[in-house]
Design a protein around this ligand. Structure first.
Ligand SMILES: NC(=O)c1ccc[n+]([C@@H]2O[C@H](COP(=O)([O-])OP(=O)(O)OC[C@H]3O[C@@H](n4cnc5c(N)ncnc54)[C@H](O)[C@@H]3O)[C@@H](O)[C@H]2O)c1
Length: 286
């Protein structure tokens, strides 16, 4: 199962970076996004990113020329997937949208093409009834920013063949990434589960009055060597996003997550983190 041509479906934050990273290594990549304005935005972003690499001396004009010729933004799903050996789905995190996208991919792609979802939380068996030959279906979970972050979690379901896992693993490695195998499906895979456990404990310690959030961050940064403590990191990713995740968990379990009231109050006050100029810490408003 040799991968040479890759299709990326979805050109948002993740899809465009996965696509461009893949073209750098050097695969033929076709990227499709449903929205024409997003397709235009990806071209502009690619131009700016590659011009920046030349300006910084990280790439030569010849290298950039090669990457440009291998990375195409196409106007239809069919064009993207028809000759792909691997299709990476990176559309919005909505189950019904992803199910429809997989059904469409399956009707247009080769029946032996490996199909991967970059979903943050949905395991690939969610889509196994939407595709023909689900033995080639798995998760390839990249991290943001995907041009920089090395980890790719390759998660198999009971339906996934060894051949598909091996092909995805070898592909990820050949694009400068550090793949890991997740041998059974689990919500959140590996790294995000560890992060969630740290966040839950950090919120619990602060909520129960054991320490301030500033001191909790200091403990993680200075005692554990984390580049950022959990509250400083939350300011970067968005307090509103963290509240969305906590709300979802609250609705699913009926158990109020630690720190829920504090986060809700912060969102009501517009303390969303760096993007609003204030979260747990104060920032200069952008
Ligand atoms: N943002 C992150 O930090 C991150 C990290 C890892 C994984 N993910 C996962 O990656 C996926 C994409 O996330 P994102 O942050 O890039 O989202 P995004 O909203 O930036 O991009 C999603 C893109 O999908 C496109 N799209 C929607 N329906 C489509 C369809 N039917 N066909 C083609 N394109 C369609 C949208 O136009 C949009 O451009 C999600 O599943 C998310 O959970 C995100």
């Amino acid at each position: 199962m040799e991968i040479r041509r890759v299709a990326v479906i979805g050109g948002g934050l993740m899809g465009r970076q996965i696509g461009l990273n893949t073209a750098i290594y050097p695969y033929e990549v076709k990227l499709f996004d449903l929205i024409p304005e997003v397709r235009d935005a990806v071209k502009k972003w690619e131009d700016e990113y590659l011009a920046g690499r030349i300006a910084k001396g990280r790439m030569t004009p010849e290298q950039v020329g090669g990457i440009r010729s291998r990375f195409s933004i196409v106007d239809s799903m069919a064009e993207a997937v028809v000759d792909a050996d691997l299709v990476i789905e990176a559309v919005v995190e909505r189950k019904e949208v992803k199910k429809a996208v997989f059904a469409e991919i399956s009707s247009l792609a080769r029946e032996d093409a490996v199909l991967a979802t970059n979903s943050s939380y949905m395991v690939s068996s969610t889509f196994k009834d939407d595709v023909k030959n689900p033995s080639r279906l798995l998760n390839m979970h990249y991290f943001n920013p995907a041009l920089v972050m090395k980890l790719v979690e390759i998660c198999r379901g009971e339906h996934t063949s060894d051949k598909a896992v091996d092909a995805a693993y070898a592909f990820a490695e050949s694009t400068g990434k550090t793949p890991v195998r997740v041998e059974k499906e689990i919500d959140g895979f590996l790294a995000n589960r560890i992060l969630t456990a740290i966040n839950n404990e950090a919120r619990k310690l602060v909520e129960e009055g054991y320490c301030s959030y500033e001191d909790l961050d200091k403990a993680c940064e200075n005692g554990l060597g984390h580049p950022m403590g959990p509250f400083r990191l939350c300011d970067l990713t968005g307090v509103d996003l963290a509240l969305d995740v906590m709300t979802r968990r609250y609705n699913e379990t009926g158990i109020k997550p630690a720190g829920f009231d504090m986060y809700r109050k912060m969102v009501e006050e517009g303390r969303l983190g760096r993007k609003s100029g204030r979260g747990f810490y104060d920032y200069e408003k952008k």
